[in-house]
Design a protein. Structure first.
Length: 441
C-alpha cells in the first residue's frame, strides 16, 4: 500500500474511532467544562480580554470554543466535530513524525494504535482541553523535529508560536520553553553557536509575542502574572494530602497500584478521597476569595506555609508525590475510572471475577509501560534522535507528580507513549525473529 493510500485509510479509521468514542462519551458540560462554556459565551458578548471572561492560567480553550460558537452558534456538537478532526490530525502527525525519525513500519503501526486509542478519541466528546492540548503538544513535537532536522528559520518560529499557544492552554507548561532552548543549544552545538543563537532567538520571540497580550491583560486585570500565582493553592493542597496519608501510605499505594477495590478489601478504613484533593485548602482559599482578599496575597500566604511544611517533612512529600505519579499514569478505560473500578459496585459479580478483570487490565497496561521504558533504555544514548521524547515526557510526569495529577492530564503525551511503545514492540520483535532463525544459519 502506498503512503497516500495509507494516509487516506488512517484518516477514515481515525474519523470512525473519533465519532464512535466521541459520541459515546459526549455529555452536557459540567464542572470545568461548564466554566469553559460560560467563559466562551462571555467572550462572544464582551470580548476576548474582558476581565470576567478571562481564566488567568488557561485562557486559550474558552477562546477556541468562542470561535466555534461564533461560526456555528452555541452548538456543542460543532465543538465535538471539530475536536474529532483535531484527533484525526493527531493521528496524521504521529504518522509523519515516525516517518521523519524512524521508518514506515513504525509510522503505520504507531498511527493506527493512536487511532484506536480510546483515551484520546473519547475526549473529543467533551468540552475539556484534553482534545485540544494533545493536538498542540503533538504539533509542537512535530515542529521541534522539523526545526532540528532542517534548521530552517520558519520551523523555529512555528515551534515558538505553538509553544505559546500550549502555555496559554495550560500554564503548567511555563518552564518547558526553557528546556527547549537548552536542548536546542545541546543538539545544535556542532552547528556552531553563532548559527544556532539566532534561531533560538526566533523561537523565543515567537513564543513571547504569542503570550505577551495575555500577560499584559492579566497584569492590568489582576495586578499579577499567571506565572506568579496559583502555585500556593496546589502546594497547600499537596501538604494537606501528605498529612492525610502519613500513617496510611501503604493503603493508598495499594489503592493506586491495584485499585480501590483491593485497598477496600485489605484495609477497612481506606478512604481514597484523602489523596484526591486538599479539601480544606480549597475551602480556605475560596472563603478568602469570597471575602475579597487579593488573590496574589492568598497565593503568597499559602505558598510560604506549604514550603515550610515540605522542608520539614521531605519524606512525606516524596510519598504523596509517588501517589500523584501513579495517578497520572493510571490506566484509562471506557466509562469508568480505573482506580474506582468495582469499588462498591456490581454486586452481581463475584469478588474473584472483579479482581480478575482488574488484574488483567492492569497487566496489559504494565506491559504497555514496560515496553515504553524498554524503548527509552535502548535509545537513551541517541540524544540527537530521541531528546524531544525524553524532555516532554519527563516534564509532564515530573510537574504533575509534584503538583497534582489525575489520569486525563497525561493525554497530551499519550501519542508519544504510543510511539515509544511501538518502537519497543518492533525492537523486541526483531530480536526474537533473529534468534529464531539463528539455528537455521
Amino acid at each position: 500500500m502506498t503512503s497516500k493510500k495509507f494516509i487516506i485509510l488512517l484518516c477514515i479509521f481515525s474519523l470512525i474511532s473519533g465519532i464512535f468514542w466521541g459520541a459515546n462519551y459526549s455529555i452536557e458540560p459540567k464542572d470545568d467544562a461548564l466554566v469553559y462554556d460560560q467563559r466562551a459565551l462571555l467572550i462572544l458578548e464582551k470580548g476576548v480580554f474582558f476581565k470576567e471572561a478571562q481564566i488567568l492560567d488557561r485562557p486559550l480553550y474558552p477562546i477556541f470554543l468562542a470561535g466555534i460558537y461564533k461560526i456555528f452558534g452555541h452548538n456543542y456538537w460543532a465543538v465535538r466535530i471539530i475536536q474529532i478532526f483535531l484527533f484525526i490530525f493527531i493521528c496524521f502527525l504521529v504518522y509523519r513524525i515516525c516517518q521523519m525519525i524512524f521508518d514506515e513500519k513504525i509510522a503505520r503501526l504507531a498511527s493506527l494504535i493512536t487511532a484506536l486509542c480510546y483515551s484520546l478519541a473519547s475526549f473529543t466528546g467533551v468540552l475539556l482541553r484534553e482534545a485540544f492540548l494533545p493536538f498542540l503538544i503533538v504539533l509542537l513535537f512535530y515542529c521541534l523535529y522539523k526545526a532540528q532536522l532542517s534548521y530552517k528559520n520558519i520551523w523555529f518560529i512555528f515551534s515558538g508560536v505553538v509553544m505559546g499557544l500550549a502555555v496559554l492552554t495550560n500554564i503548567i507548561l511555563q518552564f518547558l520553553p526553557l528546556l527547549i532552548i537548552f536542548n536546542f543549544l545541546i543538539i545544535g552545538w556542532k552547528l556552531g553557536l553563532k548559527k544556532i543563537y539566532p534561531k533560538i532567538i526566533m523561537f523565543f520571540l515567537a513564543f513571547s509575542l504569542v503570550i505577551a497580550p495575555w500577560l499584559i491583560v492579566d497584569f492590568l486585570h489582576f495586578n499579577s502574572l499567571p506565572f506568579s500565582t496559583g502555585g500556593g493553592l496546589h502546594l497547600s493542597s499537596k501538604v494537606e494530602k501528605m498529612k492525610n496519608i502519613e500513617d496510611r501510605y501503604i493503603q493508598h499505594l495499594v489503592g493506586n497500584v491495584l485499585g480501590d477495590f483491593f485497598a477496600q478489601k485489605l484495609y477497612p478504613n481506606y478512604d481514597q478521597k484523602e489523596v484526591r484533593l486538599g479539601w480544606q485548602s480549597f475551602k480556605r482559599y475560596y472563603n478568602w476569595i469570597d471575602q475579597g482578599k487579593d488573590q496574589a496575597v492568598i497565593d503568597n500566604i499559602m505558598s510560604q506555609e506549604a514550603k515550610q511544611e515540605i522542608l520539614k517533612h521531605p519524606i512525606m512529600f516524596l510519598k504523596i508525590t509517588s501517589i500523584d505519579f501513579l495517578k497520572f499514569n493510571t490506566p484509562m478505560i471506557p466509562n469508568v475510572r480505573m482506580q474506582h473500578m468495582f469499588a462498591e459496585t456490581h454486586p452481581e459479580l463475584s469478588d474473584f471475577t472483579k479482581a480478575s478483570i482488574i488484574l488483567i487490565i492492569r497487566f496489559f497496561y504494565l506491559i504497555f509501560f514496560a515496553l515504553i521504558i524498554y524503548a527509552i533504555i535502548k535509545n537513551i544514548k541517541n540524544w540527537q534522535k530521541m531528546s524531544w521524547f525524553f524532555i516532554i515526557i519527563l516534564y509532564f510526569n515530573i510537574i504533575y507528580s509534584l503538583i497534582h495529577a489525575i489520569a486525563r492530564y497525561s493525554l497530551p503525551i499519550y501519542p508519544l507513549y504510543i510511539i515509544l511503545f511501538t518502537l519497543g514492540v518492533l525492537t523486541i520483535g526483531q530480536k526474537l525473529s533473529i534468534k529464531s532463525f539463528k539455528p537455521l544459519l
